[in-house]
Design a protein. Structure first.
Length: 267
């Protein structure tokens, strides 16, 4: 009988057992130098080993606790660090930017895009300036000015970036030499002066791969009589940027219905 009492006493003691340290639903018993309590973690946290902790374990972020919205992505913002990348806008694509991921608007390379359109409605204007908020060469490998005009008995002048010196052009009837005369607005596209002819000109502008300065080609077709072409180069003081394109004429006005369009070839 005495032995039974000793055994019962042993089982009734709680000294050093798990229930001597556990106090709350979800608590865990772990061990450092003695048995200790690891308090229950926050909802959706996960249990991880961590030797730096007194208990040797810790509650840490999980994919469930990090992601909050449908479409979120789980990414690493650092070594062993979970982060949430919120879902992107419709039609955005995921791109690496240095060491981070970002959603960016999708761009289509190799696509011709209309940047700006102008049509002469009243036959009272003789100039049009296209002004751009950002440098077009950042987004486009080549920029095109397409002009279709008629009833014009004068030259078509083009000024890029409001530059009045150091533009060289060559080729075609009336073209050649150093175009530094500001009266000619640096780039003069000559054409047949027969009134009534429809003229179509295309000016292609791009950066020189060797030095980044602007250069390009132009062509003009006068529907009844002639075809002309040539090239141009902006001098050493000019960087390869495009902030504005001005079109003017030596005639009195553009004919009503004349159109001028700026396109960019997406890179």
């Amino acid at each position: 009988m005495g032995n039974c009492g000793m055994i019962a006493g042993a089982f009734s003691s709680t000294s050093g057992k798990a229930d001597s340290v556990l106090t709350t639903k979800g608590d865990l018993a772990t061990y450092s130098t003695t048995r200790i309590r690891e308090a229950v973690g926050t909802n959706n946290k996960t249990l991880m080993a961590d030797s730096a902790q007194a208990t040797g374990i810790k509650w840490a972020d999980s994919s469930t606790s990090t992601l909050t919205t449908a479409g979120d992505l789980l990414v690493a913002s650092g070594a062993n660090t979970l982060s949430r990348l919120a879902r992107g806008s419709d039609n955005y694509i995921l791109k690496m930017n240095g060491t981070s991921l970002n959603w960016e608007a999708e761009t289509e390379s190799g696509k011709l895009e209309l940047i700006e359109h102008y049509e002469e409605a009243s036959a009272t204007n003789d100039a049009k300036t296209f002004t751009f908020d950002a440098d077009l060469t950042d987004d486009y490998g080549c920029v095109f000015l397409l002009a279709s005009y008629f009833g014009l008995n004068g030259e078509l002048f083009v000024t890029i970036n409001n530059v009045s010196t150091g533009v060289y052009a060559q080729g075609g009837f009336g073209m050649g030499g150093n175009r530094t005369d500001s009266g000619e607005n640096e780039l003069s596209i000559n054409h047949d002066t027969t009134v009534g002819d429809t003229k179509t000109s295309c000016l292609s502008i791009y950066g020189n791969s060797a030095d980044g300065r602007l250069n390009g080609f132009w062509t003009e077709q006068a529907s009844l009589t002639s075809f002309e072409s040539g090239g141009f180069y902006m001098g050493s003081q000019q960087s390869g940027t495009i902030s504005s394109i001005e079109v003017t004429t030596s005639a009195n006005t553009w004919a009503q219905g004349s159109t001028f369009d700026v396109y960019g070839w997406k890179i």
